[in-house]
Design a protein around this ligand. Sequence first.
Ligand SMILES: Cc1cc2nc3c(=O)[nH]c(=O)nc-3n(C[C@H](O)[C@H](O)[C@H](O)COP(=O)(O)OP(=O)(O)OC[C@H]3O[C@@H](n4cnc5c(N)ncnc54)[C@H](O)[C@@H]3O)c2cc1C
Length: 474
Amino acid sequence: MYDLAVIGAGPAGMAAAVSAADSGLAVVVIDEQTRAGGQIFRQPPVEFTDAKLKPTAGYGWATELITRFETHTSIKHLASTTAYGILRDRDQDEISLKLAVSGPEFNGALPARRLLIATGAYDLPVAFPGWTLPGVMTAGAVQSLLKSQRVLAGDDLVLAGSHPLLVIVADQLVAKGARVAELAFARGIPTPRELVAARRAVPGHADLLAESALAVARLVARGVKISTRTIVTGAFGDRCVESVELAKVDRNWKVSTQRRRLATSTLVLGYGFSPSTELARQANCDMVWNSPKGGWVVAHDSRMETSAPGIFVAGEPTGVGGADQARAEGALAGLAIARELSAPDAPSDKAFAQAQDNVGRAENFSSVVQTMFEPKRDAMTTLATPETTICRCELVTRAVVQTTLDDNPFISTASAVKLQCRSGMGPCQGRYCEGTVSGIVSAEREVPLPETGYFTAHLPVKPVPVQSLTWLDS
Ligand SMILES: Cc1cc2nc3c(=O)[nH]c(=O)nc-3n(C[C@H](O)[C@H](O)[C@H](O)COP(=O)(O)OP(=O)(O)OC[C@H]3O[C@@H](n4cnc5c(N)ncnc54)[C@H](O)[C@@H]3O)c2cc1C
């Protein structure tokens, strides 16, 4: 049995694995991707001629972390493998955990003394007319194609949203020869008050901020139009995107009548991220609502342990905080687990306190970014018309959700809507419609968004081949 099973080989999972393994624990790391690195340090397949690790601007520590992770003799990396459920035996005094896993090397229930959920985040979806047309993509997906396959999502693109990642993606696309017709931000330029508040983000992050400023400068120099207080309200085309509609918005993203059309073959959306919390939900870990941090995040103590004994969490599921914070939280969780299991080289009190300080410092930076770029969720919900598909897996429109609410006056939660009209029951298990469904329920029932709750998660939390479930019978 492994001492620790980590789900996710991004900065959080890698840092946790290395700190736990350095302390003397036997660690297994499960990740859906073929190579370690997570979203930000996504590597191309080993078969690529340029597959060698390259330093990532602003993150000088990444190459060393990935190399240590890949070469550590006490870390077993199960790549191309999905973790789709957590099994807990509650009758025993001892913590008894198993991870349901499907992959080429292992298929079944993987027992481990402790689990760490480091599953990262995914692009925050927003539903508006035409958002399901081929050619509409998220910024993360466009970047993944570029990083892992060296493929441009399109030659002629419009980028729209509110998250600073859009600037980085636009810069990467232009550098590879794409034409970015416009970069449209729903928010305005930072106010003097925001800039004053942002000063505390500078210490320790000057490189990162400089890199972002340089990316903006490069885009301006190349003639890319950057507009503010502008939101995308529609994507149009017969079989794929041919044009998009952009509208002026006020400071609360309320859409005005001032609208224009722009021809493009690819629309790239970047409103931020939603933490990947499905495994934590399925394991009944307590969740808390924190909109700047990305919505529903996993509650944890100062050692990164969740409310479910033996299950720890690090990185974006605790709140979208970026790679520095993910690494710091992962390292802390690894050390906390090593102490709890009395590992041979468990860290001293001093080393542990240092790891806790590192998390605090990273939070200083991430909280500034989170507050400044928090999406206006209520305004985003208004973009979908009655005909707009809300749940793209089960093809549920806004009108169907509306009828469900009209016909069932006592329904006031997102999960109840899901049970009634199947929105969120498809292969993505609600990752793409939960926010919109909650927003509609909140607006219709006139209750704050968090009161509408979240979709419950069940095993399997992600699609896996049916034959990988046969062990459940034994
Ligand atoms: C598509 C995308 C692109 C991004 N690009 C950037 C960028 O360029 N710059 C930037 O500053 N930030 C970027 N981010 C934000 C980024 O998530 C963080 O900065 C950082 O990578 C977080 O680290 P993490 O370890 O918490 O999660 P991640 O790096 O997201 O790693 C989580 C890992 O968990 C794996 N995983 C998730 N669920 C399962 C499961 N059930 N079974 C098995 N494996 C699973 C995933 O495959 C992934 O490798 C991006 C985010 C996304 C979603």
